[in-house]
Structures are given as structure tokens and as C-alpha cells.
Design a protein. Structure first.
Length: 340
């Protein structure tokens, strides 16, 4: 399952082709800005964000707020207006975000590329072929892919290029959420993995490195498991959508903001930890029935309808604002680094 990355991706199949071919109006071309003098210690001086949807713009905000000069490419017609609004809304210095007319122009002279285009393997393969050819030979080539392993879209790249390609998957929005799943491909060099980890840490993120490629990575596989059980409970009439969310927000959600699921259960076992807990409740947990919900459009219709009734369609803006306010509050409480 994907994150809700694609609220505004590089944009469907036509835009994916445009991204690969570098097709935007000539009026979009501007020069690359000089690196800011007051860049945060340790952060790269220059970066490119390719794909200015929800995730790409959030990445651009994070990088620019830390002092990196960010060049952004997307074939969308309103890119200049979007970047100007982001600059104003985030309080970024003028020139922190620069619009590029092609993907090749965007990656000229950068230290890393963060791609956030359509979640489609062929489009990514075409785009990464172009990025590998145009970017500096030592630039990291990172994808925000929610589920597609790097080995799949780097399969046809030369060895030297494939060695620098890997996934850097965030949670939405990455300028707030600290996690980045660093997922090397089959031919990714160990040195590139270490550089990516250090780079994300320099932006105050919390990267983890997956030891093997698996579709959906870690976060989305956990999210998928919870979604399937949530859908089953609503479809079965056990609980309605709003009450299910109330249950999570007032129990597991609060707990998981402080500890992970295994850590929480380990604490729940007292002196005997997880082993002791499972001795007591393991048989009961094992007896809980598991079902395969109907995830088709028809089967999901009651879940869609209840969710839309509870939260609006489109989702009410104040819900997202409250989500971000709460998440930022949790991070402040935890003492996590915040956006500059």
C-alpha cells in the first residue's frame, strides 16, 4: 500500500513522460542560485527535487529550511506560483527554491537528487536513466517511492549509476515526520547507503536502513496490516469508521507516539518482558481470527461512505492542520530536531 503521496504527483502518465523528457515551457527556465552563505552545518549545499507533488514540495521545504539551495522540476504549469507560495508560507529566504525547466537542468551541480514522481516503475526507470546521465557522477540518486524497490527501476542503469540509486522513503509530510526508510537496491554501494543516512540525519530526520528489499518497505507494510483489519471491522459492522479512529487515537496511537509496538509489548510484560507477556496472552492473541477484507471498490464502498461522512470530501483542511499541529507537539515533547 502506498502513502498518500500522490495528492499532486509529477502527475499521471503524460506528466511522467514529460518529466522523463524534460518538457516544460521555456518561460520556466531560470538560473541556479548560489548556495546560501548561512547553510546549516553538515547539510549539502545544493540539491534537486524532481516531482513537485505533496511529498516533493515537503522535501523541498525541509531541505531549503536547513540552508540547502534547492532546484525543483515538475512539468506542472503552476510550478512558479506553487514555489512562490511555499517560500512565503514556510518563511524561506528568497531564492532558496529555484524552478528548473527540465530534469537535467534541475540536477546540474547538485549533491543529491530526491525524486518524488509517479509511483509507476517504467516512468521511474526512464526518469532515473535521465537523472543518472545528467547529475554529477558522485550525486546520490534517491527515490521517495512508497513501495517500488530501487532494483526494479535501476535494473538497466550502468553499474556506476546503479551504485548511487536507492530509496529514501519518507512519511507524509517529510518536513515534519522524521522517519526515512533507506532501502538499497541489489547494486547500491555501501558507501552510498552511508552517505544517504548521514545526509538525512543532517536534516534532522531519523533514517533506518532495510537489510533487504521488500515491497512496501516497513512502514507501509505495517500500515497495510492495520488498514486491512480496520476495513474488516467496519465492513463487518463491528464499529463505524469514526469510532474506529477514536479507538486508535485514544489508545494505540498515543502509545505508538512514545514506543514502537514491540517495545510497548516488552514493557507490558513487566520484569519478564515480551516473553512473559506472550506466556500470558499469547494463546489468546493466537486465537483472534484473521479475515481477508473485500478491498475492491464495491467492497470498500461502506468504508468510503462512512469516512467521507465523518471527515468531509474533500477532507476538511482543518483536520490536516490539527494532525500537523499534534505531530509537531509530540516531536517537541520528544526533543526531536525541528524544521529550521
Amino acid at each position: 500500500m502506498n502513502d498518500p503521496h500522490a495528492s499532486r504527483p509529477v502527475s499521471g502518465a503524460p506528466a511522467a513522460a514529460a518529466a522523463a523528457e524534460g518538457g516544460t515551457p521555456a518561460s520556466a527556465q531560470v538560473s541556479t542560485p548560489a548556495p546560501p552563505e548561512a547553510a546549516s552545518a553538515g547539510v549539502p549545499a545544493r540539491a534537486a527535487v524532481v516531482g513537485a507533488g505533496t511529498i516533493g514540495l515537503s522535501w523541498a521545504r525541509l531541505f531549503a529550511a536547513a540552508g540547502t539551495a534547492v532546484t525543483v522540476f515538475d512539468p506542472r504549469d503552476d510550478l512558479a506560483e506553487v514555489l512562490a507560495a511555499l517560500t512565503a508560507d514556510a518563511g524561506l529566504p528568497e531564492g532558496a527554491l529555484t524552478r528548473a525547466s527540465t530534469a537535467a537542468e534541475a540536477v546540474d551541480g547538485v549533491e543529491f537528487v530526491q525524486e518524488s514522481g509517479p509511483e509507476e516503475p517504467h516512468a521511474k526507470a526512464a526518469l532515473f536513466a535521465q537523472l543518472a546521465e545528467a547529475a554529477p557522477e558522485d550525486a546520490l540518486l534517491l527515490s521517495s517511492s512508497s513501495a517500488i524497490p530501487a532494483s526494479r527501476f535501476a535494473a538497466d542503469l550502468p553499474e556506476a549509476a546503479a551504485a548511487r540509486v536507492l530509496v529514501g522513503h519518507p512519511f507524509n509530510p517529510p518536513h515534519i515526520m522524521p522517519l526515512v526508510e533507506v532501502v538499497p537496491g541489489e547494486r547500491t554501494a555501501a558507501e552510498a547507503v552511508e552517505r544517504a543516512v548521514q545526509m538525512y540525519r543532517s536534516y534532522g530526520r531519523a533514517p533506518i536502513v532495510l537489510k533487504q528489499e521488500v515491497r512496501g518497505f516497513v512502514g507501509n507494510r505495517l500500515q497495510n496490516a492495520v488498514l486491512r483489519e480496520a476495513v474488516h471491522l467496519v465492513q463487518s459492522g463491528v464499529v463505524d469508521a469514526a469510532d474506529l479512529d477514536t479507538a486508535v487515537k485514544n489508545s494505540l496511537g498515543l502509545r505508538w507516539a512514545a514506543v514502537g509496538p514491540l517495545e510497548g509489548l516488552h514493557l507490558g510484560g513487566g520484569a519478564q518482558g515480551l516473553r512473559g507477556l506472550m506466556e500470558h496472552i499469547g494463546p489468546s492473541f493466537a486465537a483472534i481470527d484473521l479475515h481477508e477484507p473485500d478491498m475492491s471498490a464495491e467492497g470498500m464502498e461502506p468504508v468510503f461512505a462512512q469516512t467521507e461522512a465523518a471527515y468531509g470530501m474533500p477532507p476538511r483542511a482543518e483536520i490536516a492542520a490539527e494532525r500537523d499541529r499534534f505531530q509537531e507537539g509530540v516531536l517537541r515533547l520528544r526533543g526531536e530536531p525541528q524544521e529550521g
